[in-house]
Each structure stands twice: as structure tokens, then as C-alpha cells.
Design a binder for this molecule. Sequence first.
Ligand code: GLC
Ligand code: CA
Length: 555
Amino acid sequence: MTIASSSSQAGIIQRDSAWWQSAVGYQIYPASFADSNGDGIGDIPGIIAKLDHLADLGIGFIWLSPVYASPMVDNGYDISDYRAINPIFGTMADMDRLITEARARRIGIVMDLVVNHTSDQHPWFRAARADRGSPYRDYYIWRDQPPGKGTPADIEASFGGSAWSRDSKSGDWYFHLFAPQQPDLNWTNPALRAEVHAMMNWWLDKGVSGFRMDVIDLIGKQPENGIVADGPELHRYLREMHEATLAGRDAVTVGEAWSATPQNAPLYSAPDRHEVSMVFQFGHVTQFWDEKLGKWKPKPIDWPRLKSTFATWQGALHGTGWNSLFWGNHDLPRAVSRYGDEGKHRVASAKALATILHLMEGTPYIYQGEEIGMTNAGFTRIDQYRDVETLNFHRIQLAEGVDEAAFLAGARANSRDNARTPMQWSGAANAGFTQGTPWISVNANYPSLNVERDRADPDGVFQLYRRLIALRRDHAVIRHGDFRLLLPDHPALVAYQRRLGSETLLVIANMSRQAVNLPPSGISAIHGRDILTGRRVSMQPGGKFEPYETVAIWL
Ligand code: GLC
Ligand code: CA
């Protein structure tokens, strides 16, 4: 992989740049990326066939959502064997080939590490439920009675219902923060932790470049005390894991941490703490969820609030840790549909979103299809959805009296399936994703919105992403410069400055469907050549920004 280079400016001593600080990650959701054998499900050979697309984009690593053996209750986030590949995705030989072929293109493979829970079909859980005396019994969390209503252990699962289910074999109750088929592992057990470490080393020895750690902030849970996220032992487990697996290796790790705050995030990513490279934090996502109905009743995006959230995170981790930067993933709606305009201004808004995100400090992540501005699924009926969470909450919320049309409107905006429709490669049948019948419908807009078309357009979304990725590699100010938010209260303009030594970068984007004028104060005249488009920019206060127009210039 890219070799670390040290950058220091007069007066500012920077920590050495790790390769993942100049690289951009790209997430692949395998079932929906590329199908090589016509069964309607994307697979590893399909990914290998598309590596050149990713190499052209310029990414440094792929975060590969789970391809392990799994009954697929939660599309692979329920693992039954950490050292086997699910046959629907291919073989271990395919996986080895993916690692090698990616590496030949200077792309690392980052595995999804799902160790908060296993599948109920994992041999550990089968042994645990078969025999109370089994050493595997304690790999999971048991109690002999259901928790009383209102007691601390009376915890709700993320996918709805109680987090305790009764095991019909032993009659005892086991804990699961997600589906009942995803029993939580007991991290207080040192033997379990050692097994996880050995498995991680096995993958690292195979040549993977790191891990994305699924809901890692939950492993320190204490269900009996009502503690789920950010438990007292969490950081001890992460340091122990680092010591046992990552120490001395040049890997990247990103922990999914819905509970992370600007205050506690440095505890994970401060370099001297030796835990993870960065976390995925979700403040910018959950701040626009309903207090009661959550993601199923999203609020409109409020740009001043969103800008302030980004500014807070930029400030909190500058010099103390490291940020991840993302709009979307396989659990979130499509960026352009959520934060931009999926209609008339689709291309312009997708580019504006890319620009404001990628020019901040941190490691940016692109979710498959984002590089061409793919949009939400547009499903209107519940039978079009496949996601366990969406189907569960449909049942639960309707039973609680929520109107079906209201639920479907929420799902249309925020269901996880919005990001899981097949990758749109071309205008051919099924968007060129499969020769068969896709496991989930292809978005109807594929004839005009696909990789082939967008890539051919010099002003398309793909070419802009390419330039952004190259700029990050070439400019220390983008990687390490400090961040200053400008025009914090402006309802539509996102504006900030990055500065390192004598270099200053100014970024301004109009994130609305209306033209707006640069306010009389806050930013003085702008003159220069746009670093993304090469066009000359010359604007006075009062000057006009077209909808989603973006400017990025050196000052
Ligand atoms: C994470 C994954 C999500 C999964 C859940 C349980 O949030 O991103 O897809 O359902 O963990 O593993
Ligand atoms: Ca397939």
C-alpha cells in the first residue's frame, strides 16, 4: 500500500500521514454490486470484473460488506462461519483472487468485522444452546427469566421487539440487540475475545488491509445494568484487540459507533490510544430523525444545523483523532435523494455534496453508486422491500396505529433498501447488473442514470469524484489543514476554509434549488481558478450562486 510520508510545516508538527489519511474508501454491498452468474445476486467474481472501474476512480480501499457464510437474515450481518465464504458470493479462492487483483491495482480490501453478534446458526451458538455445560454457552448472554417490564435489562432490539428471546431448547433467554437470529456475543469472556483476535489475524495474514467494525460501540454492553452502547469496558476491549491483531501492521480500521459524540470520539481514534483509525459517527444523520418514530419520520435537512454538526466534528478531531466522512452507506438513503435534489438538479447536487464532503479533513467514503449520483429506490409498496428492519417496523408501526401511507412515505425516504437496489452499470436490461432476475428491483431510472453514461460525460459525477480523490492525494491542506466554517447561519450556502501553512482553500456551495447571492459580509471578493473545473471565478459580495453551484479555489 501507499507508504507513509511525513509532512511538517514550519511551526506545525504533524503526525506522519498514514496511507488511509490520503486514501478514499469505497463501500461495496456485494449482493447489489455485480452478478457474474445470472442468479440475480451480486458476487465476488462480479466485483473482480469491475475493479478497473474503481481503480479509475482512484480509491485506496474497498470496505466489503459481509461475504461470509450466513443464513442471510440480515443480508450477511448474521455470520455462521467467519472463515468461510457464502457460496452465493463465491469461494475462498475467489476471495483470495479479489485480494490479489485489488492489490495489483493498489486497492486494499477492508473486511466487515461483525463481532457484536453471530448468526444463530454459528456452531458456537448451536453448541451453546444444545448444552448448558458447553464452554460455548458463555460465549453468549443468557438469563433464566425474561426481564421484568421497566427493569434495566428490559431492552428493545434495534429491529423492534424485545432484545431477549426464549431459546426453545434450554428454555432460557438469550440477548440479541438485532434480530432474534443474531444472538449477541459475550465480550466479558476472554476465550471469546481470543477467538475473535485469532480470526482477525487469520484474515490479516491473508492480506486484507483492515476492518470496518460493525456496531463496535456495543461490545462493552452490560444488559443487566441497562447499558448497551459505550459500556465501561469498551475501550479496554478495543485496546486489547489492537494489541493482539493490529499492532505492527499497517491496517486501517473504522468502527461503526452510533453512540460516538465529538467528546468521546477521540477516545477511539487518538493515535496514542491504539484502538481504531477512525469511527463512523452519525450525528449528521440522526439529528434529522423524529424523536419518537425515528428514521421512519425524517425531518427536512436544516443546513445551518448540519453545517454546525460538521464544524463541531472537524474541530473536535483535528489533531486529536481522525474523522470519517460519508453521506451514505447500505443502511442509509442515497445521498443525492436525502441531501440534494434527485430531480432536476441531480447531477449538480450530487457534485456539490461530493465537493463539500471530500474537501473536509478525514477519510471520505463513497457508497457504491454514489459516484454516479444514484437515487433512492422509489418503492411504493411494501412487497418491493426486502430489508428485515423495514419489514419488521412496517408490522410494528401499523400495529401501533401508524397509517400505512405514512409509513411507506418514511420508508421511501429512509429505508435501508434505498441504497440496496442494484448498481446501475449500463442501459442494458437490469442495468447490466445481472442476466437473471435481480433479488431486489433495479431502480426504474437506470436507462438514463448508469455508469456507462455518466462516465462518458466530462461534467458528470464520476469525473468530479475522480478529481476530488486525486486532489486529496496531492494536497496536504486537504488532508491536514485546519477547518473554519464561514457563513454559519446562511440557510443555503455551505462555506468553509481549510488552511495549512501558507496554503488556504476556500469552498462554497449553494445547497438549494434557488439561486442565492453571496452575502455582503463574511466572505470578501473571490478570485481564482476553480480547482475542480478549471474555470475562472470572479465574484464580489452580492454575486449570484446558481442552484448547487460550487466553487473551490486557493486563496
Ligand atoms: C450495522 C450494519 C447493519 C446491520 C447491523 C447489525 O449497523 O451496518 O447493516 O444490520 O449492524 O449487524
Ligand atoms: Ca451471482
